[in-house]
Write a protein that binds this ligand. Structure first.
Ligand code: HGY
Ligand code: MN
Ligand code: MN
Length: 413
């Protein structure tokens, strides 16, 4: 490895990750720093302080997205941005999202140490509510910024307690009126743990991402009749759970038939009235279905609706499917992919091109800016779990690739 290459400070990156992991830390070693909670505010304030200390100016937009800017030689040029998210799942880990944000800050700190200016300004971005765990849908901060959702829609989304994003931004002091129309960006990058098993299984250090798989979210409602769990014979019931039992079997078969990339997940379920000795009247089931090939995902969508109709009819149930969110499959920008590939090769890291199984803010950012992503392995491919873990040396390698990919685009005209 030639000596004249710039390298990040892996220890400083690791210690900033561990310091941020203390915010919303759970007893099982993970993080619960859900979007726009008090814990999220503490994390945001910490990040803003670190960026200010690193000489950046920080701008907040009307969705609470944070833009920490390191000026370039020519401030008239569109910047290069690097972003991800600080919000976590309720039982999230120390690295999902936050690694991409703090790696962006580490790039700034490294360039400061080297007293290296770039032609274009660099901006490290924190996107609001990437996870979609507290407020549905996911990636709503980047989605409003990219024009996928209106600001009114974004502010109006509420959590399970009826509290809206707009109210929480106001309460936390992260609601600003700055225009969110400044989308003139030369290139955008995001660095993230893979959250799956491929890189670790193949013994590779870097994922050069070519795109993100398509994702559909639904709410399936099944309606029957509440009755007594004791005297009511099984054959006399209109039990939505009996219909759900058949539907679930066929939905899992649908994902497996469309393997190896077909995915279906049922993460949340609500039964009314929710009493142990009353046959439920209504079931609402959350569905997350994914596939990298949009045509296949569209066919899975058709089958999903057909199966629900057929099984509801068989069990004499009412049913409805609410299409909560659709995020079509995304292909990243060829020049950004090539910049990541060149950086990984220059630094001698083993790598492969791949598609992301998880959604990321880059899905929407890629709508308005040339975008690329970088993956590093995580232990056992595990994520959205408090045991999420990654190796410091691999996190450092990913950040080195990010540094060189950003440098290439920041000095390109
Ligand atoms: O759902 C996703 O893939 C992302 O983690 N929000
Ligand atoms: Mn993430
Ligand atoms: Mn996540």
């Amino acid at each position: 490895m030639q000596n004249d290459k710039l390298f990040v400070n892996g220890e400083r990156l690791w210690s900033s990750l561990m310091e941020m992991a203390e915010v919303g830390a759970t007893s099982k070693g993970g993080c619960n720093r859900q979007a726009l909670t008090d814990e999220d505010k503490v994390g945001r304030d910490m990040f803003v302080g670190w960026c200010t200390d690193a000489g950046c100016t920080v701008r907040v937009d009307a969705m609470g997205n944070l833009f920490a800017r390191r000026t370039g030689r020519d401030e008239s040029l569109p910047p290069v941005i690097v972003g991800s998210h600080l919000d976590t799942q309720p039982t999230g880990g120390k690295f999902d999202g936050v690694y991409g944000v703090l790696a962006g800050l580490e790039v700034v700190r490294t360039l400061n140490d080297a007293e290296l200016a770039t032609d274009r300004a660099l901006e490290v971005v924190v996107w609001t509510n990437e996870e979609g765990a507290r407020f549905s849908p996911a990636m709503i901060g980047s989605g409003v910024w990219a024009g996928e959702f209106s600001l009114e829609y974004g502010h109006g989304r509420t959590d399970k307690n009826g509290i809206s994003i707009g109210e929480e931004l106001e309460r936390l002091g992260y609601l600003d009126e700055v225009s969110i129309d400044e989308k003139n960006v030369a290139a955008a990058f995001e660095l993230h743990i893979e959250q799956g098993p491929i890189l670790e299984h193949e013994g590779l250090t870097i994922g050069v991402l070519t795109g993100v798989q398509g994702m559909n979210w639904y709410d399936l409602t099944l309606e029957g009749s509440a009755c007594h769990a004791g005297p009511t014979p099984m054959g006399d019931r209109r039990d939505p759970m009996m219909g759900l039992h058949s539907i679930l079997k066929r939905y899992y078969e649908l994902a497996i038939e469309n393997g190896p990339w077909g995915r279906i997940t049922f993460g949340d379920i609500r039964l009314d009235p929710g009493s142990r000795n009353t046959v439920p009247e209504k079931i609402v089931l959350s569905i997350d279905m994914r596939h990298p090939d949009q045509a296949v995902l569209d066919e899975m969508d058709r089958r999903l609706h057909f199966i629900a109709a057929e099984e509801a009819d068989r069990f004499g149930l009412g049913y409805s499917i609410h299409d909560e969110w659709q995020s079509p499959a995304v292909e990243f920008d060829g020049d950004c992919i090539a910049a990541v590939q060149r950086a990984a090769d220059l630094l001698g890291y083993s790598n492969k091109k791949m598609v992301s199984g998880a959604g990321h803010d880059s899905v929407y950012v890629s709508r308005v800016a040339p975008t690329g992503m970088i993956f590093v392995p995580c232990e056992g491919g595990l994520s959205h779990n408090e045991a999420e873990n990654a190796k410091p040396e691999e996190l450092e390698a990913g950040c080195n690739v990010l540094l060189h990919a950003m440098l290439e685009r920041a000095n390109q005209h």
